[in-house]
Design a protein around this ligand. Structure first.
Ligand SMILES: C[S@@+](CC[C@H](N)C(=O)[O-])C[C@H]1O[C@@H](n2cnc3c(N)ncnc32)[C@H](O)[C@@H]1O
Length: 360
């Protein structure tokens, strides 16, 4: 597509150009253009209360505080290498990175962030950490830890459906007379192999990119752990419907406004576990975020905050007591299984490392 830099094409025009060029596009290509292309949803970080959705580090710093205990434990279990190399993938605007740097002060930490979004990379660079566009830019290998919070669900995925005749079809994106439309084509073998089990009429997201990322990580990590935190399911059945997200609300019409909404689906942890184990990694979990945070001491933290609230009230610092109370209430979203507590934590490890108690 030849572009006039003074009038860059809209995201919808880019999608239409791709369809005109090579026919109905896979949903993964549609996502790639809509989320990560010029003008796409992730061109600048969309997270936070004033953005389109919130993630755990935006809810309350106790998330990073407890996560830092898990990371210290992983550092211990890998023999306390110096430096402790920690790579955060899909680090967004750096909210979690900034909090973890504070919590892990005192450790010989070498923190790197890998981010696809150009403006997010600019913000991350402000934290004076190493920032890269891809894992490969950080060198050939890693002894340390990789962390990714809500990355996998945003990697471009294919969509499949089991028809009433029992055939597995891929749902592609075509240009219809009044907008974009879904069309069915026979599912390619690679997509079919990676698909969860579907009954007739059921649909699922199939993330070949997630499996490629696991392959990349297995080649990159010589010794250490990968901690993946995401929505999803490990049953081998569809892990949740594909949906858009905008202004803190789900959006059903995912083809209507490319670039204007997030696109996501629950992660098929069964496929990830299978591929990780085929590649020789060991897997622990997944467990719910609720269980992980409770094992890491959430209950002790909230009780200490409650006592502090009481002391503040007794000493006449009412406004501060109310702030403590409201912080505690807000933090409870992190362990509420109807909220962020329903996220899954999955730990992958190179062979021979002990499973930590907090992952169950
Ligand atoms: C849902 S956001 C999560 C951001 C952050 N981890 C948080 O918890 O707030 C997903 C992030 O992953 C980034 N991303 C998507 N694909 C990526 C990839 N292949 N490599 C690195 N970052 C990626 C997006 O740009 C986005 O910033």
């Amino acid at each position: 597509m030849t572009e006039d830099p003074r009038h860059p094409p809209s995201v919808m025009e880019r999608v239409r150009a791709a369809i005109a060029h090579h026919g109905p596009i896979s949903f993964a290509e549609f996502m790639d253009i809509s989320l990560y292309g010029p003008g796409g949803f992730y061109e600048r970080p969309p997270i936070g209360e004033r953005g389109h959705f919130i993630t755990s580090p935006h809810v309350h710093p106790v998330f990073a505080r407890l996560l830092s205990l898990a990371l210290r434990d992983l550092w211990d279990r890998t023999g306390r290498p110096e430096p402790f190399r920690l790579v955060e993938m899909g680090a967004g605007d750096g909210t979690l990175a900034a909090q973890l740097l504070e919590q892990l002060a005192g450790l010989p930490l070498a923190y790197s962030a890998v981010e696809r979004s150009p403006e997010a990379r600019v913000r991350l660079a402000g934290l004076r950490i190493r920032v890269a566009e891809g894992l490969g830019d950080l060198g050939p290998e890693l002894e340390g830890c990789v962390l990714a919070n809500e990355l996998i669900d945003n990697l471009p995925f294919h969509r499949v459906r089991r028809t009433s005749e029992g055939e597995l079809v891929e749902l592609r994106v075509a240009a219809g007379p009044s907008g974009l439309a879904e069309v069915e084509v026979p599912a390619p073998a690679e997509v079919e192999r990676a698909s969860p089990q579907l009954r007739r009429g059921e649909e699922a997201a199939v993330s070949l990119e997630a499996l490629r990322l696991i392959e990349e990580l297995a080649g990159f990590l010589t010794a250490g752990y990968v901690l993946l935190i995401d929505y999803g399911d490990a049953s081998g059945r569809p892990a949740g419907p594909v949906h858009g997200y905008r202004d803190h609300r789900p959006v059903g019409e995912i083809l209507r406004q490319p670039g204007g909404t997030d696109i996501t689906a629950g992660v098929d942890f069964a496929a990830i576990l299978r591929r990780a184990m085929e590649l020789g990694l060991e897997a622990h979990g997944p467990v719910t975020q609720r269980d992980a945070l409770l094992s890491l001491g959430y209950g002790t933290w909230t009780e200490a905050e409650r006592e502090r609230q009481g002391e503040l009230l007794r000493s006449g610092a009412g406004a501060e007591a109310v702030r403590t109370w409201s912080g505690r209430n807000r933090a409870d979203l992190l362990i509420d299984t109807e909220g962020l507590g329903g996220l899954n934590w999955l730990l992958l490890a190179t062979p021979g490392l002990d499973p930590p108690g907090w992952i169950g």
